[in-house]
Write a protein that binds this ligand. Structure first.
Ligand SMILES: [Zn+2]
Length: 350
């Protein structure tokens, strides 16, 4: 099977953004509320069957293609463990305004309360910023007791919520793992590639000033008493937070120009590499979604090749075999959970 070019798949949300996606994709910016592009998605948005699911050039959805040939697309080890599910959702996300502080359930919470095998651990790779002080919020600085959190959410005390969080500068190239449960927000003017578990499950702590009725739609239909139990209310220390920003190692002599972007605790959820070929970078056999973040180059497989450049997104099926990337190009290679990793509810650091 050949690598498949993935077209833009911009989605409307309740917050502003999308300009950077349009620029990145080289398409017109027509909608102020289209801040996400779901890349090669088999996942629909919450409460929809179809919205969010990507179409392939042959007219099938990604979901249909996966179901028709899980081994060819995903590889035998992956298909044996996860069936026809990729287990990964890749997005381009352009925050036109700061997102509301929110979090996502762990697998254990999603299984118990929502009948869903996946939670939503996610991770960000910053591509571009266009704000004088680009930032993200990630985790509470100090422990927050349940009654205090409930009070903040009920009263929509957004100043208290934001004020309790770590505020981290965001710069192009940063990669940040966001374990399920940890409250977070992306600041305005930050454009990222996002990897996540394949769900659209969010619990909102804030909604004041956004085009959404959080009291009605912010708790996954569970009520806040239940939904807020998924929030990691613990204080994160600087050192612990630093581990969420781990870049593991260069790929070594065998794979020069390759960085592993997330700590090994992320392996049961997804994996990612940043590749800057020095001449040529081998991409060993395996299903992946490539996002070309800068430059131009060639993706080669067997006796074939295709030109790729900033804004290209490509699904590489397992059966494409070993590939090679050439040129003056930077690529984020997004990969599903490691089929050899033990199951985990959430990446744990303590
Ligand atoms: Zn999130």
């Amino acid at each position: 099977m050949d690598p498949i070019v993935l077209a833009a798949n911009q989605i409307q949300r309740f917050y502003r953004g999308g300009e950077a996606i349009a620029g990145f994709r080289g398409i017109p910016h027509l909608d102020e509320f289209a801040p996400e592009d779901w890349v090669g998605s088999a996942t629909p948005v919450f409460d929809s069957e179809t919205l969010g699911v990507s179409a392939l050039p042959d007219g099938r959805t990604v979901k249909e293609a996966l179901e028709s040939d899980p081994e060819g697309l995903l590889g035998p080890a992956h298909a044996e463990r996860f069936g026809s599910e990729m287990g990964l959702l890749v997005k381009l996300l352009d925050a036109g305004q700061r997102l509301p502080v929110h979090c996502h359930p762990s697998r254990e919470f999603a299984r118990r309360h929502l009948g869903c095998p996946y939670g939503k651990t996610e991770a960000w790779v910053v591509v571009e910023v266009r704000s004088p002080e680009p930032f993200v919020y990630l985790g509470f600085r100090d422990d927050v007791d349940p009654a205090t959190l409930t009070g903040w959410v009920t009263d929509q005390d957004t100043e208290a919520i934001a004020g309790a969080m770590h505020r981290l500068p965001a710069a192009p190239g940063d990669s940040i793992l966001v374990p399920a449960g940890v409250p977070h927000s992306i600041g305005g003017g930050v454009f990222i590639v996002e990897l996540q578990e394949p769900t659209d499950l969010s619990v909102l702590l804030e909604w004041e000033g956004f085009d959404i009725d959080g009291a009605r739609d912010g708790h996954l239909g569970l009520g806040f008493e239940t939904a807020l139990a998924c929030v990691d209310r613990s204080g994160w220390g600087k050192e612990e937070l630093g581990r969420l920003r781990t870049v593991r190692e260069e790929g070594g002599a065998r794979r020069p120009g390759v960085e592993l972007l997330f700590p090994k605790e992320a392996d049961p959820f997804f994996r990612a590499e940043r590749i800057r070929p020095r001449g040529a970078a081998p991409l060993p056999e395996g299903v992946s979604i490539l996002v070309v973040t800068s430059g131009t180059g060639m993706l080669e497989w067997g006796a074939h090749g295709m030109a790729v450049g900033r804004g290209s997104t490509v699904l590489i099926p397992f059966s494409a075999g070993d590939c090679v990337l050439r040129g003056s190009v930077e690529v984020i290679r997004c990969m599903p959970p490691d089929p050899g990793a033990p199951d985990a509810s959430v990446p744990t650091f303590r």
